[in-house]
Design a protein around this ligand. Structure first.
Ligand SMILES: [Zn+2]
Ligand SMILES: [Zn+2]
Ligand SMILES: [Zn+2]
Length: 359
């Protein structure tokens, strides 16, 4: 993200001694004369108007103020000697800078009601026009919390614990059933086979892509502008998109108003029609004998064969149970002659896990 300076605004600070709000650039409380301690931070001021005072702007750009190593007084970054005690400022600590003070609010803040007498004062006032009491920051409306339903709620750990218990039980049941074994002697009732020829056809399909990625022979039907890339820095033919401006402490009592921007580059996103190979329904032959054959396949001139698949299975029936056992090849299938007897091993789910000749 590129940071852009929008301008500069006055900040202020609240005196911890008397509660008075002071302009950010003043180093001593205007009411009680207490110098601003290092620990007191700047806040957004009552006015959001951008400064035109070049002296203040130059001050903000010069860098954070320096605390005098002898008396602690804030001095300009450009000063060499403390304006309070005359001490050399070399080695003095710089004020904190770079902290986000808050959102930038252009224009004036809402009026402040005096806590002592109830008089409404403009946001820029630091003392009540009626009774002279120092005015604090305008109080933000308390956020309303959603009402909690009455009655006792369940303890937080209960639901995860119940879910965990259910998972453990399910896994346990699954392991128990899949490792459980029982045997049955079964007789071959018959066999089944299926052979499939996979077919693809070259037909028109609708696709979408960036214009420069569309195949040359394709038929483009429509395109729309769309953001293709986002750059943190300005690039040619881009649109600048910026976030809400906010105020950053410069350590001088003046805030820098900045916004984070990015640069969006748009391009044409298109819908086009082109020819492509698409899977068609397979041509299938099946039977219940020991002599499987491939189906007769008549291809049209926009079609091609895209592979062949075969599958075999044996039907065994035992003690009141019928098992359908897949077999890898035709050679294996031919071992299962009608009426031959086999020992079948079955797991807890009724799945066949092994077959051996019974004698
Ligand atoms: Zn004060
Ligand atoms: Zn000093
Ligand atoms: Zn008052």
């Amino acid at each position: 993200m590129a940071k852009q300076t929008v301008g500069y605004v006055d900040l202020e600070w609240t005196c911890p001694n008397c509660g008075n709000r002071n302009p950010g650039t003043t180093i001593k409380c205007v009411t009680c004369g207490n110098p601003q301690p290092d620990t007191v931070q700047f806040e957004t001021g009552a006015s959001g108007e951008l400064l035109t005072d070049q002296e203040k702007i130059a001050r903000a750009q010069a860098g954070p103020d320096i605390a005098c190593p002898y008396c602690g007084t804030r001095n300009l970054a450009t000063a060499e000697r403390c304006k309070q005690c005359g001490g050399e400022l070399k080695g003095g600590e710089k004020r904190e800078a770079g902290r986000v003070v808050g959102a930038y609010r252009p224009g004036a803040a809402p009026p402040i009601v005096c806590a002592a007498c109830g008089t409404e004062n403009p946001a820029t006032a630091t003392k009540c026009s009626n009774c002279g009491s120092p005015l604090g920051k305008p109080v933000a409306e308390p956020a309303s919390k959603p009402a909690r339903p009455a009655g006792r709620s369940l303890p937080r750990w209960l639901i995860p614990a119940v879910i965990g218990l259910i998972i453990v039980l399910c896994v346990g049941f699954f392991v128990a059933q899949s490792t459980r074994r029982s045997q049955d002697v079964a007789e071959v009732q018959g066999v089944q086979w299926q052979r499939r020829v996979l077919v693809q056809a070259l037909i028109p399909v609708t696709r979408t892509d960036w214009l420069d990625q569309v195949p040359q022979d394709a038929n483009v039907s429509k395109c729309n502008g769309r953001v293709r890339s986002v750059s943190p820095d300005p690039v040619p033919n881009s649109v600048e998109v910026c976030g809400t401006p906010y105020v950053v402490d410069t350590g001088t009592g003046v805030g820098e108003v900045v916004k984070d921007c990015e640069y969006q580059v748009s391009d044409s996103w298109c819908v086009y029609e082109t020819l492509d190979w698409v899977a068609m329904p397979a041509v299938v032959a099946e039977g219940t004998d020991y002599n499987p054959h491939w189906p007769e396949t008549i291809l049209e001139n926009n079609q091609k064969e895209a592979g062949r698949e075969e599958s075999y299975s044996v039907i065994l029936s035992g003690d009141g149970e019928t098992y359908r056992v897949p077999v890898r090849s035709l050679e294996e299938l031919q071992k299962y002659q009608p009426g031959s007897r086999w020992r079948v091993e079955v797991n807890g789910f009724g799945g066949v896990v092994g077959v051996e000749p019974a004698q």
